[in-house]
Ligand binder design. Structure first.
Ligand code: 3HC
Length: 686
């Protein structure tokens, strides 16, 4: 923390890069600075601003699972408000969470035009715990404050000014803040905590409860409303409730899961063992081979990120469809007010659609998204080898084929990498970055930076059948299908998993993805891995031509093409199958469904770690959170394993291995080792 004296004004500069988080050391220094300024008769006013690019990212989230260190943030913020000298918050860049709560306790606030303010604690399953629920409604009204706290979204400087959250916007913030402090020194101090209760308190609380109960209310949202509802003329009374609710939320699994996801999203970007010296590649022009659904989605994602895109497809009708889908999707963004027409026109101008791979001669990166057939890939990569610059990166979007075999089709396999997008590619956040045996390390660095550039989170996977995501998904599905033959029905399994936290149950997911795709994979695996059979139920369904949503029926009926309807014919088929194979159907509880699905994911995840396919458990968790609809507050399968406790996971796996189809449950030795050593998956995330 820096202290600068400008005659009688003390300027305190928060200095805790990268985001000026208000960790213990910063809090202690700030408290000392305030105490000494209060006692110093030469100081008549104080300015607090952030060093670097922002004011503050809030409380230090990494401290939340550790014992609290004094001074606590709420106490510090109160001390600041009680300061006998006026304090001005000079806000530039980000001012979030505890950072904004600090600013709320200042006596005046001035912001730069590009400042952004938010109370995003709800996104971590928390409420603002440093007086935010009590001060913000007093300052800007209960309705506006509840909105900010319940959605956690930032407001820009002009909105903040209109709301009364800041008093002034100034281009030359440092100078204007000193000027404001000088003026404040001659005025009476205005303390936010002393403001009267907001007039709209009762009405805003009732409306918030009513509106949110119509959707599902998270515990953090419920507590935010409760904390505002108890606001009292006596500030400390409301604050005590806020503190109690904050502590309660902090201990919930949901908040721990959300914080795990917050740090995970950032941790996966770091590639273990790679030197920071590796040069970044500048990727500006990208080629996409194949104009089908996947290629089109990828192209939209690239255009949205401001890249030049060349799509090559041999079929004129595919090219025409790709172009019209891209234009419609981008134009829809204009119609919805997300972008203006100028940006859309620039995106159209950045698109080129060609019928020959010679159009790839200038691109920095090619992403192949053609049919999943090794002979087709061979043709494409052999041609790309001739038509691309020798230093261009060649990426395959394959989800099932061996990347090392594909890499061998080009003279220099070190320039081949896997970029596995998830459909719809312009929406889904996950990008599996697959490192082949020969892939050059600098390509991994380039691919991770590229993922970020196009608004995705890259997770690195080694080469194996299904990579991280689909390999685990196969074990999950295997148990789902076994449970069908043992007594469960698709609607029961889907309902149990959706209630638990999957965005979509497994049977509905397969209907959406296309049952024929799963069928083809099962047929291939039946040859490659005959010792690991599946239940025959999904094959029977495919034999009826029920390929899911696209054919109007799969596990369910889709009369309108989208909405799943239970089909008695499927129940008959499943029960008939059990009878045919002499499997005695039994009641399967929702708890058993959840537990078996989760244990199957955890066990396969652990095997993936042991084989070095995933670097860390967090890579598996992020794959599931971002690509497979695993609820963020559940933290991911490996986080869940730690919540259950690895000794218990190991014991349950061993018990299952003794039961029906026990071969599918051979416990991962890694789980056994970690359990015996009293360790967790989290300990492998460092
Ligand atoms: N505490 C601890 N570390 C934080 C942090 C925080 N509040 N905010 C960011 N970081 C860390 C990140 O983990 C990352 O670390 P790494 O380099 O080791 O991976 C580093 O700071 C940089 O973060 P980003 O990569 O996210 O940087 P960006 O520039 O893209 O974004 C940001 C900056 C907008 C501040 C973003 O980091 C963010 O949204 N942070 C969280 C903000 C938040 O939720 N604040 C509320 C905290 S809870 C609170 O204040 C409780 C209070 O009410 C009592």
């Amino acid at each position: 923390m820096q202290l600068n004296y400008h005659q009688d004004i003390l300027e305190i500069v928060l200095d805790n890069p990268p985001v000026n988080a208000l960790g213990a050391a910063s809090r202690r220094q700030l408290l000392e600075a305030l105490d000494s300024a209060d006692a110093n008769s030469c100081v008549s006013a104080i300015v607090i601003r952030g060093g670097g690019a922002l004011f503050s990212g809030g409380a230090d989230i990494s401290e939340f699972d550790k014992p609290w260190l004094e001074p606590g943030l709420p106490g510090l913020v109160d001390r600041l408000e009680r300061c006998s000298k006026p304090v001005v918050a000079a806000i530039h860049g980000i001012c979030y969470g505890g950072g904004l709560e600090l600013a709320l306790a200042c006596h005046r606030r001035i912001a730069s035009p590009a400042a952004r303010m938010a109370l995003p604690e709800v996104l971590l399953g928390l409420l603002p715990g440093a007086g935010g629920t009590q001060r913000l409604p007093r300052l800007i009204g209960a309705r506006a404050a509840l909105k900010m706290m319940l959605d956690g979204a930032p407001v820009d400087a002009s909105t903040a000014l209109a709301l009364g959250l800041v008093d002034l916007i100034a281009g030359d913030l440092a100078v204007a803040a000193l000027e404001m402090a000088r003026q404040a020194a001659t005025d009476q101090i205005r303390r936010t905590g002393d403001l009267p209760l907001p007039k709209d308190l009762r009405e805003a609380v009732l409306d918030a409860r009513e509106n949110l109960s119509k959707r599902s209310l998270s515990p953090a949202q419920a507590y935010i409303i409760d904390s505002v509802a108890v606001m009292d003329e006596l500030f400390s009374a409301g604050q005590a409730v806020e503190a109690r609710l904050f502590t309660t939320l902090l201990a919930t699994e949901a908040s721990r899961g959300l914080r795990h996801a917050f740090f995970g999203e950032r941790k996966v970007a770091r590639i273990p063992g790679l030197s920071k010296e590796i040069n970044q590649r500048d990727i500006k022009r990208v080629g996409v081979v194949g104009g089908g659904v996947m290629g089109t989605g990828i192209a939209i994602a690239l255009l949205n990120a401001g890249l030049d895109v060349t799509i090559v497809d041999l079929q004129p009708e595919v090219r025409a469809k790709a172009e019209s889908t891209i234009r419609t999707t981008i134009q829809r963004d204009v119609n919805k007010g997300r972008i203006d027409q100028r940006i859309a026109d620039a995106r159209f101008a950045a698109l080129c659609i060609a019928d020959d791979l010679s159009a790839m001669s200038r691109v920095d990166l090619v992403i192949e998204a053609v049919f999943e057939d090794i002979e087709v890939k061979k043709k494409v990569f052999t041609a790309l080898d001739q038509h691309t610059r020798p230093d261009a990166i060649l990426a395959s979007n394959t989800s099932t084929l061996d990347l090392d075999v594909i890499a061998a089709f080009v003279k220099n396999p070190s320039r081949v990498i896997g970029l596995h997008f998830f459909s719809p590619a312009n929406i889904m956040k996950l990008l599996e970055v697959v490192r082949g045996r020969e892939t050059a390390p600098e390509l991994l660095v380039a691919a991770m930076a590229f993922a970020k550039r196009i608004g995705k989170v890259g997770v690195i996977s080694g080469v194996c059948d299904g990579f991280i995501g689909n390999r685990i998904f196969e074990e999950y599905l295997r148990q789902v299908y076994f449970m069908l033959e043992e007594g469960a029905l698709p609607q029961q399994i889907d309902a149990a998993m959706e209630k638990w936290g999957m965005a979509m149950g497994p049977c509905r997911t397969m209907d959406l993805a296309g049952q024929d795709i799963g069928w083809a994979i099962r047929k291939r695996r039946a040859v490659q891995n005959p010792e690991r059979p599946y239940s025959g139920i999904p094959d029977r369904i495919c034999e009826l031509g029920r390929f899911g949503q696209k054919s109007g029926k799969g596990f369910y009926l889709y009369p309108d093409g989208r909405t799943a309807q239970v089909d008695p014919e499927i129940e008959q088929l499943i029960v008939g199958y059990s009878d045919e194979f002499g499997i005695e159907r039994r009641e399967i509880s929702d708890e058993e469904i959840i537990s078996r699905c989760l244990l199957a994911m955890i066990n396969e995840g652990a095997k993936i770690l042991e084989e070095g396919i995933a670097y860390r458990p967090i890579d598996i968790d992020m794959t599931y959170l971002l690509g497979y609809g695993f609820a963020r507050e559940r933290g991911g399968p490996m986080f869940q394993a730690d919540q259950i406790g690895l000794p218990s996971v190991f014991e349950q796996l061993n018990a299952l291995a003794q039961g029906r189809n026990g071969w599918a449950w051979t416990p991962s030795p890694l789980i056994g080792r970690l359990a015996a050593g009293g360790e967790s998956f989290e300990s492998l995330n460092q």
